[in-house]
Design a protein around this ligand. Sequence first.
Ligand code: ACO
Length: 333
Amino acid sequence: MELIQQIKRKAASCNRRIVLPEGTEPRTIQAADQIIAEGIAQITLIGNPAEIEKLAKEYSLKHIQQARIVDPMNVPDADRYIEMMVALRGKKGVTPEIAAQQLRDPLYLGAVMVKAGDVDGEVAGARNYTSDVLRPALQYVKTKPGVSIVSGAFLMDIPDRSFGDNGFMIFADCAVTPNPTASELAEIAVMTARTARAIGGIEPRVAMLSFSTKGSAKNEMTEKVVEATALAQKMAPDLLIDGELQSDAATVPEVARQKAPNSPVAGRANVLVFPSLEVGNIVYKLVQRMAHAEAVGPILQGMASPVNDLSRGCSVSDIVGLVAITVCQTEIK
Ligand code: ACO
């Protein structure tokens, strides 16, 4: 995907620090070596130093000695981190003992390092479930000011170039929030538009999807999308956002001319916002498989500092790509 090459070039100019909590995971350590070689980011690996050294030898890695290694069983900044963790989550029952125990979990340690500002972002998930990667980040990194929820976007590169911007589109939420309210859906739309600009380098045209186009059907599900559209337009008057639209009205010009002739987005949407996680997750996977689209993500949006989750089936190049995206996300204000 040419887009990933562009993202890597942009990342290399940012000089950011990324932590990889799964430092003893074979694909992760090979990706770390490549990231350092290509100058995409400075890398901190979390893991047992002897195990990391053994893997580095096994894969003949040449650049990994430039990575910082943090042993979760012997964290140099533990006292500072524990103090911060108790200050942040004492009210939620985090005592110094609980904080010390959490720090031994690389996923918590990674999130805490991000929160402390010792690194700029985190990528994990090659060997852990999405929920286990997300929970420490949601608890400690939290959302950006003014943002109440995190969501997950996918960059879709569709071989049929008639869709979106020359085949390039962004879909959300496909990964995090099961059943967003109207105001959460509005936030997802605005955040995804910002991701489209910052990561995709495109000017977003956002369609709020439903099974109704401009009042063709009416019930509580379509009303949620109507309300979300109005809220999103109010939140970001500078953006092109329209709804409620069916997916054909959003993406096919002939259908748009019939169903929504006055819409500035219909027929040419490049950002699709789904009414629920169920729809978003099902649709992105179907488009990926049936239309042979390349799907890059999920790119988690709305976190105070970027934290991204890999699929457990990821390749070394997927990890390199997601680290580059994470670096670029540090530029989103
Ligand atoms: N945005 C912001 N904060 C959130 C969100 C959210 N979407 N969800 C939970 N939180 C916060 C909570 O407010 C809470 O904060 P607090 O402890 O300070 O009060 C903290 O995170 C923990 O919340 P819980 O509800 O205890 O966390 P939970 O165990 O329910 O996990 C999670 C939250 C992981 C996001 C869950 O909703 C989830 O598993 N979502 C689906 C993920 C998934 O499986 N996606 C599909 C696979 S991904 C793919 O196919 C690409």
